[in-house]
Ligand binder design. Structure first.
Ligand SMILES: CC(=O)SCCNC(=O)CCNC(=O)[C@H](O)C(C)(C)COP(=O)(O)OP(=O)(O)OC[C@H]1O[C@@H](n2cnc3c(N)ncnc32)[C@H](O)[C@@H]1OP(=O)(O)O
Ligand SMILES: O=CC(=O)O
Ligand SMILES: [Mg+2]
Length: 567
């Protein structure tokens, strides 16, 4: 795969050809860099290769099972609780107690593994920082490797950033947030690292390299004897959690640390996973620190799961919030499940970010965040996510005002009432209407997000909201669904069929993007490529599983073969 991304390879001018020192069967096809070589050490790569070799067949099987489930849903089946695991849901068991270091998680900031943002996030006053290799990161070789270097420096406490243009040096405060790391999902390959002739599994690379280089320091300085800590994304079934549990056990064994040292919070962000929450916690019961409502991917997953169900068409993206019955039910059941099993029930991300140039709009955005957090804390969540340091104070106030001095609500808010929630509650169709403006916004946001992603930015501010891979997915699948089923835009009295106007909408929105970003930026950016990928996916007869799988081909830059093999 040769990509079109912005990180071109330049052949070294000196005679010395640099190469990574790799173990048997490992081939690095990403650019050589002496800094990267400190991460891609032979021992660290051996650990990644060991993980890959032990788990690749389990992962392949789990991905096959996803396909099989998709086939069933496409034929009309609905996701639901599995009768075979009723004994787990009804059994009286708990997860191991949470480590003291993460008892209080009332506000967690998230962000990509970018150097300045890592420092800002750790200094932000949040209790936790989730450093993201996933929704917020475009997984180019440069971003991934620099991310690993940045995290290593952060764990060692030596990370600094010199912003020369602003004459500002960034470094860590004395008190910093606890670090969680989110590797990619199971489905994404890492095409710059081949193991036994196949691309490595992206998340095993992210996890393996980070764990190998940081576990010892992290446990001494951050984890009070525990750790490292992780967030695990996009799982659909507990068999996938079981693989993670085995990966953790293998890592603990390699490191010679106690079983249960590594801890992870699983994002419940696919529709099938909401019916597997007990089962997921059960598989990870020795390593769990809770579940989180990954609301954006969850909405995306609802549309994706029901891609074959024309009776489940979505209203405009802006109307599908946490107050819709199916979303509220998901959050309530997650809280009930977590507290019953003795772990944290984390809330999710409000997409609003501070609006600098408009105080009225800014206050309205903060009010929406405040309301969202109030709903979460009153429902029983133990903490929440913030997308921007400017939101920490507001989120913290809401949680502290409601929780007082208790670090969490695990023992105090049991939500036994939520045990009555049914499959119907969790699947209830969202209410709302579809409008031309909804279609236009989806188009504009999807293309601009993808253009940013192709040039290295995985999270961007667009129209005063945080956009990342999960939110962009909603825009994509929603248009796909509307086109597939030829829906009428019923919310603005125009009665227009999406199929009749989509081509024109794309052209007009591209023109609007050009006006908004300026001719120069538009020409230099990857808007045309983004438009091509986005519209292809929206109009495909079969829905692509992920926007970023196809787009990934555009950011893979292979190093010349003879340079990456050992000389
Ligand atoms: C669906 C999900 O998965 S949600 C989780 C994944 N998504 C994310 O993590 C998104 C995180 N948020 C972000 O990436 C950013 O806030 C954005 C892209 C939305 C907006 O970023 P910017 O345009 O840089 O915001 P803005 O200009 O207001 O930033 C002001 C300062 O805050 C910093 N900042 C903004 N967001 C963050 C963050 N999440 N973490 C750390 N620092 C941040 C900026 O670096 C900047 O620092 P500086 O003043 O020292 O230069
Ligand atoms: O990862 C979080 C989400 O909402 O998606
Ligand atoms: Mg997500």
């Amino acid at each position: 795969m040769i990509g079109l991304g912005s990180y071109g390879y330049t052949a070294p001018s000196s005679k010395k050809i640099n190469a990574y020192d790799v173990p048997q069967g490992v081939d690095i096809r990403g650019r050589f860099d002496e800094e990267f070589a400190k991460i891609l050490t032979k021992d660290a790569l051996q650990f990644v290769a060991d993980l890959q070799r032990e788990f690749r067949n389990h992962i392949k099987y789990a991905m096959e099972c996803r396909k099989e489930a998709k086939r069933r849903y496409n034929e009309g089946a609905l996701p639901g609780f599995d009768p075979a695991t009723r004994y787990i849901r009804e059994g009286k068991w708990t997860c191991v107690p949470f480590p003291p270091a993460v008892a209080d998680r009332r506000v967690e900031i998230t962000g990509p593994v970018e150097r300045k943002m890592i420092i800002n996030a750790l200094n932000s006053g949040a209790k936790v920082f989730m450093a993201d290799f996933e929704d917020a990161l475009s997984p180019s070789w440069e971003n991934l490797m620099r991310g690993q270097i940045n995290l290593k420096d952060a764990v060692e406490g030596t990370i600094t950033f010199n912003d020369k243009a602003r004459n500002r040096v960034y470094k860590l405060n004395n008190e910093i947030a606890k670090l969680f790391v989110r590797p990619r999902g199971w489905h994404l390959p890492e095409a710059h690292i081949f193991i036994d002739g196949e691309p490595a599994t992206g998340c095993l690379v992210d996890f393996g390299l980070y764990f190998y280089h940081n576990y010892a320091t992290f446990r001494n300085t951050q984890g009070q004897g525990f750790g490292p800590f992780f967030y695990l994304p996009k799982m659909e079934n507990s068999r996938e959690a079981k693989i993670w549990n085995s990966v953790f056990e293998k890592a603990e064994k390699m490191a010679g640390i106690e079983k249960g040292s590594i801890r992870a919070t699983v994002l419940i962000e696919t529709l099938p996973a909401v019916f597997q929450m007990d089962e997921i916690l059960y598989e990870l019961r020795d390593h769990s620190v809770g579940l989180n409502c990954g609301r954006w991917d969850y909405i995306f997953s609802y549309v994706k799961t029901f891609q074959g169900h024309p009776d489940r068409l979505f209203p405009d993206r802006g109307q599908v919030g946490m107050t819709q019955h199916f979303m509220r039910s998901y959050s309530d059941l997650l809280i009930r499940t977590c507290h019953r099993r003795g772990v944290h029930a984390m809330g999710g991300m409000a997409a609003q970010i501070p609006i600098r140039d408009d105080p009225t709009a800014n206050e309205a955005a903060f009010e929406l965040v405040r309301k969202d957090k109030q709903r979460e804390v009153k429902a029983g969540h133990d903490g929440t996510w913030a997308a921007h340091p400017g939101l920490i104070k507001t989120c913290m106030e809401v949680f502290t005002n409601n929780m007082g001095n208790t670090p969490n609500q695990i023992e105090t808010v049991k939500r036994d009432d939520a045990s009555n929630l049914t499959e119907d509650d969790l699947l209830q169709r969202p209410r709302g209407v579809r409008t031309m403006e909804g279609l236009r916004l989806n188009t504009r946001v999807g293309i601009q997000y993808l253009a940013a992603w192709l040039t290295g930015s995985g999270s961007v501010p667009l129209y005063n909201l945080m956009e990342d891979a999960a939110t962009a997915e909603i825009s994509r699948v929603q248009i796909w669904q509307w086109l597939k089923y030829g829906v009428e835009l019923d919310g603005d009295g125009l009665g227009v069929r999406v199929n009749h106007v989509f081509g024109r909408v794309v052209e007009e929105e591209m023109a609007r993007i050009e006006r908004e970003v300026g001719k120069e930026k538009f020409k230099k950016g990857m808007y045309k490529e983004a438009c091509k990928i986005f519209t292809r996916q929206c109009t495909a007869s079969t829905l692509d599983d992920f926007l970023t799988l196809d787009a990934y081909n555009y950011i893979v830059i292979h190093h010349p073969k003879d340079v990456s093999s050992k000389l």
